[in-house]
Ligand binder design. Structure first.
Ligand code: NAD
Ligand code: IPM
Ligand code: MN
Length: 352
């Protein structure tokens, strides 16, 4: 039987709740579709940091290298500085494995109500393609005269032609399979070097896709359009930071963080890709058994799609949507009172 090897990193907080529930769903889908998923769990986390002073042991990236995919819950705990935990685990994986695309679909599922008036399932369906390896997220910089009144901090953004072109090209390729429209998130009125360069490369890459329509908006008004005209968008390409912000705002108009899926993609397949929901470790609800597992289920469906098991991916997402459409077994964030496990049971019941 075809077997895929998946590295599991549940991580912190609700990551430890939604990942195990996702495995129950994944295993049922795999069994009904005739393949197997073989898991190996890695306890890289803030707990490990507390014990050893490191988020993961020496050589950890090599341990992950040969898996077909990585499936990660969330990283971060209030007693560990976020830049330490995230730069000690999540961000190095994205970079070492050249997962230069962060793919984050925004789609209103049946039965989920948008906080916007008059919006129904089918009205909002777009894809955020976030640059995931460079841009505003960079370790270049430093601090001078620390602690003095002359304290000075420099944080350097990095935009390379290779990095910008490849993520834009990926966005255009995605658009070919959709409604053939690409929107670029810019800020070339205020950011004088990197963003005019971003716009210039957008123009160059778009010239290779003559039948694809394009537009671009400065990030400030783009945020407003996400709320006022979410139906305008098909594929949205953005730098690392802009894409990060847009990918919490987008989900907010279709039901919130509890449903938002994501994949860190290495398009060439030279390294494993990593699938993780957009949300974090949610320390405010962790340990209560009430986290919405749907974001992680949808993420799991994206992983199946990436493994080239599109039917199984569809079975999983259809089961999720059957549960949201029914509307009787939902967690608190979607207006219900069900537990994480009860939602899982409801989704399992929709998979034959
Ligand atoms: P968060 O996504 O963890 O939580 C934001 C809000 O959304 C909280 O009120 C939370 O309860 C709610 N929420 C999130 N996921 C939910 C779910 N599945 N079901 C129901 N409600 C859900 O973001 P935050 O509070 O900014 O960050 C918390 C920690 O997570 C920080 O340490 C942060 O750095 C980290 N973080 C990690 C990742 C990641 O690992 N990919 C992503 C974002 C934040
Ligand atoms: C996300 C998160 C991360 C990011 C943080 C936790 C570093 O917000 O995956 O969206 O900004 O990439
Ligand atoms: Mn984010």
């Amino acid at each position: 039987m075809k077997t895929y090897r998946i590295a599991l990193i549940p991580g912190d907080g609700i990551g430890n709740e939604v990942i195990p529930e996702s495995l129950r769903v994944l295993d049922k889908v795999a069994a009904s579709s005739g393949f197997k998923l073989e898991y190996q769990t890695f306890d890289y986390s803030c707990e490990q940091f507390e014990k050893t002073g490191k988020m993961a042991p020496d050589g950890w990236l090599d341990e992950l290298r040969d898996f077909d995919n990585i499936f990660l819950g969330a990283v971060g705990r209030p007693d560990v500085p976020d830049h330490v935990s995230l730069w000690g685990l999540l961000i190095p994986i994205r970079r070492a494995f050249e997962q230069y695309v962060n793919l984050r679909p925004v789609k209103l599922l049946k039965g989920v109500s948008s906080p916007l008036k008059g919006i129904e399932a089918g009205d909002i369906d777009f894809l955020i393609v976030r640059e995931n390896n460079e841009g505003e997220y960079s370790e270049i910089g430093g601090r001078l005269y620390e602690g003095s009144e002359h304290e000075t901090v420099v944080q350097q953004s990095v935009f390379t032609r290779r990095g910008v072109d490849r993520v834009m090209r990926y966005a255009f390729e995605q658009a070919q399979t959709r409604r053939k429209h690409v929107t670029s998130a810019t800020k070339s009125n205020g950011i004088i070097h990197s963003m005019p360069f971003w716009d210039e490369r957008f123009k160059v890459i778009s010239s290779d896709y003559a039948d694809t329509t394009t537009d671009q908006f400065h990030i400030d008004i783009l945020c407003a359009h996400f709320v006022q005209h979410p139906d305008w968008f098909d594929v949205v390409v953005a730098s690392n930071l802009f894409g990060d912000i847009l990918s919490d705002l987008g989900p907010a108009v279709v039901g919130g963080m509890g449903i938002a899926p994501g994949g860190n993609i290495n398009p060439e397949g030279t390294f494993p890709s990593m699938f993780e929901p957009v949300h974090g470790s949610a320390p405010d609800i962790a340990g209560q058994g009430i986290a919405n597992p749907i974001a992680c289920f949808w993420t799991a469906s994206m992983m199946l799609e990436h493994l080239n098991e599109p039917e199984a991916a569809k079975v999983l997402l259809d089961a999720v949507e059957a549960v949201t459409e029914e509307g009787t077994t939902l967690t608190k964030d979607l207006g219900g009172s069900a537990s994480t496990k009860e939602v899982t049971d409801a989704v399992l019941a929709k998979i034959s």
